[in-house]
Each structure stands twice: as structure tokens, then as C-alpha cells.
Design a binder for this molecule. Structure first.
Ligand SMILES: NC(=O)c1ccc[n+]([C@@H]2O[C@H](COP(=O)([O-])OP(=O)(O)OC[C@H]3O[C@@H](n4cnc5c(N)ncnc54)[C@H](OP(=O)(O)O)[C@@H]3O)[C@@H](O)[C@H]2O)c1
Length: 221
């Protein structure tokens, strides 16, 4: 059966790689643009949900995310609101919207794209780490609630991946990040996409509530 996937942040980076791979693998992919679904705006989320009320969403990939690193003494209110809203509140609202249909059909897969900073932390990552640790908590609590309904929920926790989020840094900073990665390079977005593909597929029948690291060994240090 052709399953339908809703993925946020499918315009570029990891989300684009996931959308491309899943389309190639025969999934129907709904990948709203920012104009169709702006996770910063409660109104946009609500109207997107209303618009897709009748749509059959078998799989949700909460991928869109932001990271604006700031030290605690420079953290702005705007950054607090935006990071919490996009990385944590919006994913929970989308999950709440798709779960009733999944329950009715007794089948569902949810993948939250978290981060290795949902497991460990670094300075200037207070907000990012808070939201990524938070979404991993959401994954675990939902695993317990939804497993009886045959809905599997997992977090994927990438390390440094070759997208705008990392490559917007000066080249010397990127080089310094890579130097800390045991495999000696950034992850390619498609490498993250392949893991997501497995977790949402019919082949995954028993992994749920997991926070799966895919970081080239970074967190082993
Ligand atoms: N790259 C890494 O090293 C890395 C590592 C660990 C975890 N991650 C996580 O992986 C996910 C994807 O990151 P990425 O590296 O692919 O990032 P990216 O290249 O910066 O892309 C971010 C995506 O999120 C979307 N987005 C941002 N704000 C949005 C909003 N208000 N409403 C709707 N969509 C919005 C963007 O859409 P627009 O094109 O419209 O801006 C874009 O599609 C994020 O959750 C990130 O935290 C990334």
C-alpha cells in the first residue's frame, strides 16, 4: 500500500533529502512550503491542519528546525519564543493533529528529527539543547501512549550534517567541527534520510521510543 508522509522543512537540507528518497521509494509525500505552513505562526499551523483534516497521513516526519546559538547572557526573548515554537511546540501540535487518524487505522510512524544536542550539550546551545532534549522526551512519552495503537515513535539525532545550518559558518569553523568527528567528515543529508526511511518503513516493527544517534562517532569522545 502507498503510504502518505507529511514532512516539515522539506525545502532544503535534511528534509529535502528525506522527501526525495521517500518519493523515490514510492511514498506519497506532502512537503509544505513555508508559505503553506509557517511553524512560527499558530494561525498557519491551525489553518494547515484544518485544510488537511480529510487527508490520510500515515507517517509524520517533524524535521524543520532552527538553531540560533547565543550565550545565556545574550539570549533574546525573540530567540526563546522562536526556537521553542519551531523546534518543540509546532511538532507537538502536528503530532496531536495526525494521531487520531493513525489510531483509527491502527498504523502510524512518527519520526522527530532531533540532534546529538538532544543527548549531549555545548555552550551557546541553551535553547537548541532544551528543545532537542525536549523533543526526545516527547518521543519517549508518546512511545508509551501510542505503542498499543501500532504507532511507532522515534527520534533521529544527527551530528554535524552538510546543510545550510552548518555550512553558513565560516570555513575555518566548519573545519574545526569536522576535526572533532571520528569519521572525519560531515554527514551527508541522504545518510540521515536512509535512517529515517528504515524507521518509517514496514521493516521497522519493533523500534519505538528510541533516540537514534547518527553522528559519525562524535558523542563517543
Ligand atoms: N545540519 C545539522 O548539522 C543538523 C544536526 C542535527 C540536527 N539537525 C536538525 O535537522 C533538521 C533539519 O536541519 P537542516 O540542517 O536540514 O536545516 P536547514 O538546512 O537550515 O533547513 C531548515 C528547514 O527548516 C525549515 N524551516 C525553518 N523555519 C521554518 C518555519 N518557521 N516554518 C516552516 N519551516 C521552517 C526551512 O524552510 P525554509 O527553506 O522555508 O527556510 C528548511 O526547510 C532540524 O531540526 C535540525 O535541528 C541538523
Amino acid at each position: 500500500m502507498k503510504r502518505t508522509v507529511l514532512i516539515t522543512g522539506g525545502s532544503r537540507g535534511i528534509g529535502a533529502a528525506i522527501a526525495t528518497l521517500l518519493k523515490k521509494e514510492g511514498y506519497a509525500v506532502i512537503a509544505p512550503t513555508r508559505a503553506e505552513l509557517d511553524l512560527k505562526s499558530d494561525n498557519s499551523i491551525e489553518s494547515f491542519i484544518q485544510h488537511h483534516k480529510a487527508a490520510r497521513i500515515d507517517i509524520l516526519v517533524n524535521n524543520a528546525g532552527v538553531n540560533n546559538p547565543q550565550r545565556i547572557d545574550e539570549v533574546s526573548d525573540e530567540n526563546i519564543t522562536e526556537t521553542m515554537q519551531i523546534n518543540l511546540i509546532a511538532p507537538v501540535k502536528l503530532i496531536r493533529a495526525v494521531v487520531p487518524g493513525m489510531k483509527k487505522r491502527k498504523w502510524g510512524r512518527i519520526v522527530n528529527i532531533s540532534s546529538m544536542f538532544g543527548i549531549i550539550a555545548r555552550g551557546r546551545q541553551v535553547l537548541y539543547a532544551a528543545t532537542k532534549h525536549g523533543i526526545n522526551g516527547v518521543t519517549k512519552a508518546l512511545c508509551l501512549e501510542l505503542a498499543p495503537h501500532n504507532i511507532l515513535v522515534n527520534s533521529v539525532c544527527p551530528g554535524f550534517t552538510a546543510t545550510d545550518l552548518v555550512l553558513r559558518n565560516p570555513p575555518e569553523k566548519v573545519k574545526a567541527l569536522v576535526a572533532e568527528v571520528p569519521v572525519g567528515r560531515l554527514a551527508k543529508p541522504v545518510e540521515i534520510a536512509r535512517l529515517v526511511h528504515f524507521l518509517i518503513s514496514e521493516k521497522n516493527t519493533y523500534i519505538t521510543g528510541e533516540t537514534v544517534l547518527i553522528d559519525g562517532g562524535y558523542t563517543c569522545r
